[in-house]
Write a protein that binds this ligand. Structure first.
Ligand code: ATP
Ligand code: MG
Length: 252
């Protein structure tokens, strides 16, 4: 593993029945780096995130984090090592007040270890985290059930759940989808703040224009394969990438 590499996938492959969702994919992510992952619907982006975070076990290949093989570890163990993720469809705990959603990651062994003895009241730490991602501290919103909140708040809660883990990497699966331009514009500085703290980001996105405001490297997937990787504008100029996005080409 090269110096400065934090997360690496080598030859990861996963089929569902006859569908090869991810095939023989390699990539690496440096400390504090941001990588965009793009590609048409069904290209395998979410499956890749699921493989990296332990929700799906690859048929072949390895995932290495901080020099250790984490392939096949269960999700909670991977999260506990510092790889946090958001979900494409949000997954708040139904019926629980929004701030209580953060008590679960705040109780993880990782956080208890790193913050030993410094936490007083977990509820107030949770409210601080929500404020950090843009919830108004003195409003009633943090006390409402999370599944009743507008999408913009639910997306921010997903990020807060990741930040609560004090992660080294956050993998965001379409964190901009369904948001207005204004909402995305207010979320970008939050992502930049995480980067400035040294947290690396993998951003799976369909909102390319907004993605390109924050990332200098993208990986393009089509039919489970990596078809291009590099600076966004350069990569988008390649004919095979254009073809993938306008739906030409058939599965190999
Ligand atoms: N659990 C599963 N069982 C069966 N097939 C699956 C499963 N998960 C994903 N697939 C299939 O694998 C392929 C890749 O799906 P995936 O969700 O990873 O794509 P994606 O790039 O995230 O798409 P989108 O942009 O629509 O979110 C698709 O053909 C999908 O139908
Ligand atoms: Mg997806």
């Amino acid at each position: 593993m090269a110096a400065g590499v934090l997360l690496e996938a080598r030859g990861v492959t996963k089929s569902f029945g006859g569908v090869r969702a991810v095939r023989d994919l390699d990539f690496s992510l440096g400390q504090g780096e941001v990588l965009g992952v793009i590609g048409p619907n069904g290209a395998g982006k979410t499956t890749l995130v699921n493989i990296l975070t332990g929700f799906v076990r690859p048929d072949r290949g390895r995932v290495v984090f901080r020099g250790k093989d984490i392939t096949g570890l269960p999700p909670h163990k991977i999260a506990n090592r510092g790889l946090a993720r958001t979900f494409q469809g949000m997954r708040p705990y139904p019926g629980l007040p929004t701030y209580k959603n953060l008590v679960v990651p705040l109780n993880s062994p990782r956080v208890r270890k790193t913050a030993a003895g410094r936490f007083g009241d977990l509820d107030s730490v949770a409210l601080d985290l929500l404020e950090e991602v843009g919830f108004e501290r003195d409003s009633s919103v943090p006390y409402k059930t999370a599944d009743s909140l507008p999408l913009g708040y639910q997306k921010r809660l997903e990020l807060a759940r990741c930040i609560a883990l004090r992660p080294e990497v956050i993998l965001c699966d379409e964190v901009f989808s369904g948001l207005s331009m204004a909402e995305i514009s207010s979320m970008l500085p939050l992502l930049e703040k995480l980067l400035s703290r040294g947290i690396a980001l993998i951003l799976v996105e369909h909102r390319l224009r907004e993605l390109f405001r924050i990332t200098r490297r993208v990986l393009v997937m089509r039919f489970g394969e990596k078809i291009a990787e590099g600076p966004p504008r350069e990569v988008l100029g390649r004919p095979e990438v254009t073809a993938a996005f306008i739906g030409r080409g058939s599965p190999p």
